[in-house]
Ligand binder design. Structure first.
Ligand code: GLU
Length: 325
């Protein structure tokens, strides 16, 4: 695969996306976010791309890709491009050659270095933690001599990190407003390719959103703290920066974060309990503040009602009686 995968047709109007990781079934929180992403793009007359984020080959399964597509269709969240119909270019697992090309661009700028630190070293007790829970990298391998690198390479394949400056990155989130992050203090030099050869989410997501002409990224608030790193990459790679809007997260009735292991909030389980697509969309729209009552509705009918101002900023605890019968 050549660099052609890096150049999709340029787009003038709004392009949004769904970017599921097929490591399990989508849960209500993923679908809540997909609904808002779809509404935000469609209200502007835009299109939505479905990209499969299967970088982690071991955890990704084709059955979950098919299931995600079925779930999105069941709710009426039809995408315009990508997914299994779009072919292999929409699967991150097929795009290594393109990621490599971008990695080389960064290497040429002298910004990439090998890191030999072990997990234990990274998670050392005194390492400060970033807001996403990852330890802030100390910079230990940043200035290794070429002899040391050569020697270490004999026994271990390194990860590759990006040197980041002591700089503030600021942007205006479409929902959460002004966000600023000090890259050095809040995340440190971050990984572009893991030691097992897998490209990091941060690089792949920027690479693909740029290549696919995405102008609007709508996703869960859990990724808000990744956005400054991604904006920094957009700038280094000379790509236009899209708009970002993050959504509050849905929490289980007991306040826990939903996970793909929570079977009772998968769409299958809801279907078994007799909910139709419109029932579910209506309930999600009610939680998003778009409806006063959880009544059945289609995504298309919601387009004129969508407004970020109605959407809560705080995470949303699923009321016990809304999805559980
Ligand atoms: N693949 C990520 C997920 O399923 C989403 C990444 C993104 O939207 O940037 O959580």
């Amino acid at each position: 695969m050549g660099s052609v995968v890096g150049r999709f047709a340029p787009e003038q109007s709004t392009v949004g996306r769904f970017a599921p990781s097929p490591s399990g079934k989508l849960h209500l929180g993923n679908l809540f976010c997909s609904l808002l992403a779809w509404l935000s793009a469609k209200q502007q007359g835009g299109k939505v791309i479905l990209r499969i984020e299967d970088l982690d080959r071991e955890r990704s399964r084709m059955e979950y890709v098919r299931q995600a597509e079925e779930d999105l269709r069941f709710l009426g969240l039809f995408w315009d491009e990508g997914g299994t119909v779009g072919g292999q270019d929409y699967f991150q697992s097929n795009r290594d050659a393109y990621y490599e090309e971008l990695l080389n661009k960064l290497k040429k700028q002298g910004l990439v270095y090998p890191c030999f630190c072990t997990r234990a070293e990274l998670h050392a007790a005194n390492a400060p933690h970033a807001s996403d829970g990852d330890p802030v990298y100390s910079g230990k391998c940043r200035n290794l001599s070429s002899e040391t690198v050569k020697k270490l390479q004999e026994s271990r394949v390194p990860a590759l990190r990006l040197k980041i400056p002591a700089e503030m990155v600021s942007f205006t989130d479409g929902h959460y407003g002004e966000i600023s992050q000090n890259l050095e203090r809040d995340c440190g030099d971050f990984i572009l390719r893991r030691s097992d050869g897998i490209f990091a989410y941060q690089l792949a997501v920027v690479a693909d959103d740029a290549a696919m002409g995405v102008t609007q990224v709508v996703r869960g608030r859990d990724l808000l703290s990744s956005t400054p790193r991604q904006i920094y990459l957009y700038r280094l790679l000379d790509f236009p920066v899209p708009e970002f809007a993050h959504t509050p997260l849905l929490l289980a009735p007991d306040g826990r974060r939903l996970s793909k292991r929570d079977r009772d909030v998968s769409l299958d389980a809801l279907k078994e309990r007799g909910f139709s697509g419109e029932d579910i969309v209506g309930r999600l729209a009610f939680l998003a503040g778009l409806l006063d009552m959880p009544q059945p509705i289609t995504p298309t009918e919601l387009i004129p009602l969508f407004d970020w101002k109605k959407v809560p900023k705080e995470d949303i605890c699923l009321p016990q009686n809304l999805f559980f019968r």
